[in-house]
Design a protein around this ligand. Structure first.
Ligand SMILES: Cc1ncc(COP(=O)(O)O)c(C=O)c1O
Length: 408
């Protein structure tokens, strides 16, 4: 039987060569390859400082810590995300305040954020997820004097006035942590995600747009955040291991200035990341082709909602492509997944929202009725395969299978 997995890792570039170099160097933990990966990744996303860690979860944790999030603080998080976006708030003794998302994009919009600030004026920060690889509405931009938006710019669709999320955060003193686990390489108004907000966190988990096996990156232009993140990534030690063994100063001499974590990225992983980075734009373009195939082949299927894309397709990383089975669907979500499974097509669900997860639901007495848009998405969502090596023939098979299910 035909088998189309939900995701596939592509590691047939320079990965083996760079990993071999690491092994032959005799230095397997964080060293030169990690430094090089940080430099290249920082340059690619246009951030001044990049700090490589062993997951996006680690990056989010040390970003929130560096921003001073602590016990009792309220932090906005979308309910439609992976638990990592919220658990890091709990690591610091702070409390997530879950927000509903916009149906169709699964993003926090300026209007959603403004309403949340009115309800929770004491909230200290926002974890903003660029869901699926589409950037949230970061800024409001007008062409000077004309009152028109710049050519090719994103259509403003909400009625929140003339402010994007960044401006709203600044106006209200809300700290912003961008969860860009899905969003490399993504752009907003032509600017790379990673070069817009104060601190942005990327994931290189195996199924992400580029991978290091496990890994993450914190990117910032803020020197104080970077310095704190670097210290916290390695036990709160004031010198990193590589520095201790390459600097002239005695290598045993170091101090512990905080109870830090063990979050450094080993060079073996950084080597894989360097090879992946070389192909990141090609990978993205191939995923865009997959998404465009789906939009074209699934347009007009009654009972199926497709994701809403508000940015130019070129600016989207296309990490996820989902369909939502709406009220007119002849099958329910679980039957649909089962039928695709029988046809050898792998799928996933992004996400069961966090307000439905036992820990958050019970701790914060959350009710599904308070999250109508996330509920509407979750009740019908199925995520389809998207990866660079997915062929047109496979895409055609997936879409024909779906059309046949809906034709019955
Ligand atoms: C939105 C989001 N944030 C954070 C993470 C955590 O990434 P990592 O596995 O690199 O810690 C994920 C992982 O799937 C994610 O989807």
């Amino acid at each position: 039987m035909r088998k189309i997995p939900f995701s596939k890792v592509i590691c047939d570039g320079n990965e083996l060569q760079y990993v071999r170099e690491v092994i032959e160097s005799g230095w397997l933990t964080t060293a030169g390859k990690c430094v090089e990966f940080e430099k290249r990744f920082g340059e690619k996303v246009g951030g001044k400082y990049a700090c490589a860690v062993n997951s996006a979860t680690a990056a989010l944790h040390i970003a929130a810590e560096a921003l001073g999030i602590g016990p009792g603080d309220q932090v906005f998080v979308p309910t439609m995300t992976f638990t990592a976006s919220a658990e890091i708030i709990r690591y610091l003794g702070a409390d997530p305040v879950f927000l509903d998302v916009e149906y169709g994009t699964c993003l926090i919009t300026p209007a959603i954020l403004e309403a949340a600030i009115r309800q929770y004026p004491a909230a200290k920060a926002l974890v903003l997820v660029h869901f699926g690889g589409q950037a949230a509405e970061m800024t409001w931009q007008k062409t000077a004097g004309s009152g028109q938006r710049a050519a090719g710019s994103v259509e403003k669709t909400d009625a929140s006035g003339q402010a994007g999320i960044l401006e709203i955060c600044r106006r209200h003193g809300l700290k912003l942590i961008e969860d860009a686990a899905h969003a490399f390489p993504s752009r907003y108004q032509g600017q790379m995600i990673g070069s817009i907000g104060d601190v942005t966190c990327f994931s290189f988990y195996a199924n992400k747009t580029i991978t290091t096996g496990e890994g993450g990156m914190l990117v910032t232009d803020n020197e104080a955040i970077y310095k704190r993140a670097k210290v916290m990534r390695l036990h709160g030690i004031n010198r990193d291991i590589w520095d201790r063994f390459t600097a002239k100063k005695a290598n045993w001499e170091y101090d512990v200035v905080a109870p830090g974590y063990k979050y450094n990225m080993p060079d073996v992983n950084a080597a894989i990341g360097l090879a992946q980075l070389e192909r990141a734009d090609d990978f993205r373009a191939e995923r865009q082709c997959c998404a465009e195939f789906y939009y074209h082949a699934l347009a007009g299927v009654k009972g199926l909602d497709l994701p809403v894309c508000k940015v130019p397709h070129l600016d989207h990383s296309w990490h996820l492509f989902w369909v939502v089975l709406n009220a007119a669907s002849p099958v329910n979500r679980d039957q649909f997944i089962e039928k695709l499974n029988e046809a050898g097509i792998g799928t996933s669900v992004h996400y069961k929202p966090l307000h439905r997860m036992t820990y958050y639901r019970e701790r914060y007495a959350l009710k599904a009725a308070d999250y109508p848009q996330a509920e509407r998405h979750w009740q019908g969502v199925v995520t389809l395969p998207v990866y660079p090596t997915l062929t047109n023939e496979e895409l055609d098979y997936i879409c024909t299978t779906i059309r046949n299910i809906f034709a019955k």
